[in-house]
Design a protein around this ligand. Structure first.
Ligand SMILES: O=C(O)[C@H](O)[C@@H](O)[C@H](O)[C@H](O)COP(=O)(O)O
Length: 249
């Protein structure tokens, strides 16, 4: 597994590089196997990336009819709720792109039976990927919290040790607490991973994860790796402040 760290002065320049990377990986995947499977992150950091991908000159560089969109986690709220990861991505990006509705695979996180919702999303993943095993995403885009969580995998939770199920219903300390989340097997099978991390509150977790400190139980982002491709960490200077070895883009 390759790992690349690039540091940017601000969110704009970081998001522009992220958009260029998504476009390159999408073009490669569509040429190689006819489609691009992408899992989106929630939270606020990727908002700028999603906005760029839906705008010129970026939007015209991907054949969006060949793209399948999933989410790596979702809050258990209605899809029109302000805290919905789907709502953010739909409003900022997906509603502006010619992606077939059948290719937008929303997590049914508003279902009362959250375990059944997790199981139905796992079934959707296996159907779309045509596998009884672990889906291999072309790209999973992730964020990271100040304590090293990623997707909705938080420190010291049982979900970190899941090796069979693809999606779990979990309760987490970041509100809204009830979530659906990818489990480590999916996050360890992807061809490529793109972490977007900004802000000084994440500097200590960035240092711990990238300088091999602490266990994955303490810093769940350490569980993530790309089976055959690259894990790219795009950081702003604030998030990279505690890193010893600095390489600036
Ligand atoms: O649903 C979520 O909350 C996200 O998937 C979560 O894992 C997010 O990526 C991190 O918490 C970073 O969030 P920010 O980008 O808002 O800092």
């Amino acid at each position: 597994m390759q790992q690349r760290i690039a540091i940017y002065p601000d969110s704009e320049s970081l998001s522009q590089e992220a958009a260029r990377l998504v476009i390159r990986l999408a073009q490669e995947a569509i040429v190689t196997h006819g489609r691009f499977t992408l899992a989106l992150a929630g939270g606020s950091t990727p908002r700028k990336l999603y906005s760029l991908l839906a705008s010129d000159p970026y939007r015209g560089q991907i054949d969006w009819t060949r793209v399948d969109i999933f989410w790596s986690d979702e809050r258990c709220v209605p899809p029109d709720h302000p805290e919905s990861n789907y709502r953010m991505a739909y409003e900022v990006m997906l509603s502006k792109l010619p992606i077939p509705a059948a290719n937008i695979h929303r997590m049914p996180a508003e279902q009362a039976d959250r375990q059944a919702a997790a199981e139905s999303y796992a079934a959707e993943l296996r159907r779309v990927f045509g596998t009884a095993g672990v889906p291999v995403f072309d790209l999973i885009q992730l964020g990271m919290g100040p304590e090293g969580h990623t997707a909705s995998l938080f420190p010291h939770q049982a979900a970190l040790h899941e090796r069979e199920r693809l999606v779990l219903a979990v309760s987490v300390p970041k509100p809204p607490p009830e979530r659906l989340t990818f489990t480590p097997p999916i996050l360890q099978a992807a061809r490529h991973i793109l972490f977007l991390v900004t802000g000084s509150d994440k500097a200590e977790a960035v240092r711990a994860v990238l300088e091999d400190q602490g266990s994955p139980d303490d810093y769940p982002a350490r569980l993530v790796h790309a089976a055959a491709g690259e894990v790219a960490w795009l950081l702003d200077t604030a998030a990279a402040a505690a890193l010893q070895r600095r390489s600036t883009a």
